[in-house]
Ligand binder design. Structure first.
Ligand code: ZN
Length: 403
């Protein structure tokens, strides 16, 4: 392994260009600016490090700033109340501490891009100075907002400016039960990438169809149910389609409760879906049909969601959980969900792969005898990297391989 002022190069036994394409006896060369110059087979006689080089992982849906809950509420609507209370009890300093610790832990495990939901502005400020790639989505809520109110909210909540930071910007109109039609339309009109919690629980679909149930009661309690409100009378995916929110720039998070025709609607729109295995386990939900979605051509990515509905923010753990929840998925598919599909869900298609011109973001792991064994060690067993490189600079180097 050598590093030069003008960049660096690493010759390794295996190099994964992406989940599916691996070089045996490969060499990656990068520039002083941290961009990959070439990634190709090493010349005969080159001394190879006995490691596998892999692209950085992508956690496509996370709330870095949210704390763990002291107690687990019994059902979803009380859970939302508990999250709002925990958020209100957090100071900006608490959030900065949590975000900082999460960025260190993510980098150590070789997760080098996130799709973060920022509900307070703290993440946007923190990520502006970080080298974590991906996208920070400013959260938007307001079921009561009319057109003028929606526009005012967008002016209040700037996203990360383009091309200034490693992290890009976007909006997260939270969910169809917490965002008015006008606020969705205003967010779509910005043409920014969007992250939307969609069809997460049966009550959401019930509320959108009938205007009744616990979500209506919660909104009324919060003073956010507009007088004379009439339900859209259709499920979440059709409603988002009607609002123009299903596009190639959209990621839909969860999609537990899709209805007839929704898979085709999403596939046709080019939107991505993000699933969070830890959250499925936390709430004891039935895993949605991810293999069917992938077969329909939908880019399905992996996220951890927040500490409020997961045991941690480790994407390596989520890969292992994904294999358990969906035994029909192959390790190649799961690794693609944690890399290139995640990049696609964040509208950052250059991430999660190693290609000339891309960022020299990668990690090294102990090489196994075959590509399949090396991939299994990562996907099924959650093997930790021995070293991590961000923009061609080594950030993490452990003395010995860790799990
Ligand atoms: Zn979430």
């Amino acid at each position: 392994m050598s590093r030069r002022a003008a960049g660096g190069r690493l010759a390794a036994r295996w190099i994964a260009l992406d989940a599916d394409h691996w070089l045996e006896g490969g060499e990656i060369v990068w520039s002083a600016e941290g961009r990959i110059v070439s990634v190709r087979r090493a010349r005969k006689g080159t001394r190879l490090e006995d490691v596998a080089v892999m692209p950085g992982l992508v956690n496509a849906h996370v709330h870095l700033q949210l704390p763990a809950l002291a107690q687990r509420p019994e059902s979803f609507v009380p859970w939302i109340g508990a999250v709002l209370a925990a958020r209100a009890a957090s100071t900006a300093a608490d959030e900065r501490r949590r975000i900082g610790a999460a960025l260190v832990a993510l980098t150590e495990e070789g997760c080098l891009a996130v799709g973060d939901i920022d509900s307070t502005g703290t993440s946007t400020a923190r990520l502006a100075g970080a080298d974590m790639r991906g996208r920070c989505y400013r959260e938007l809520t307001g079921f009561h907002l009319d057109r003028a109110g929606a526009r005012a909210l967008l002016r209040e909540r700037p996203t990360l400016p383009r091309s200034r930071a490693a992290t890009a910007g976007g909006y997260s109109p939270h969910a169809p039960y917490s965002v008015s039609a006008e606020l969705f339309r205003a967010a779509v009109a910005t043409r920014a990438p969007l992250a939307i919690h969609c069809a997460e629980v049966p009550l959401e679909q019930q509320f959108l169809r009938t205007g009744r149930g616990p979500f209506a009661e919660l909104l009324a309690r919060l003073g956010r149910l507009p007088p004379g409100f009439r339900a859209p009378g259709m499920g979440a995916v059709r409603w988002l389609e009607r609002l123009g929110a299903l596009t190639t720039r959209t990621q839909l998070v969860h999609c537990q409760e899709l209805e007839r025709g929704d898979v085709a609607r999403i596939a046709q729109s080019g939107a991505a879906i993000v699933v969070c295995p830890g959250t499925i386990e936390y709430f004891g939900r039935t895993p949605p049909p991810v293999p069917k979605w992938l077969a329909a051509g939908i880019p399905v990515a992996l996220g951890t969601d927040s500490r409020a509905s997961n045991t941690g923010l480790s994407l390596r753990r989520e890969m292992a959980r994904a294999l358990e929840l969906w035994p029909g998925l192959t390790p190649v598919q799961v690794l693609a969900m944690a890399t290139t599909n995640g990049a696609r869900a964040l509208c950052r298609p250059g991430l999660g792969r190693l290609r000339p011109g891309g960022h020299a973001d990668f990690c090294t792991l102990p090489a196994q005898a075959t590509v399949a064994a090396t991939r299994d060690a990562v996907v099924a067993s959650g093997a930790m990297p021995t070293a991590v490189w961000v923009a061609g600079t080594q950030r993490v180097r452990s003395a010995r391989p860790r799990r």
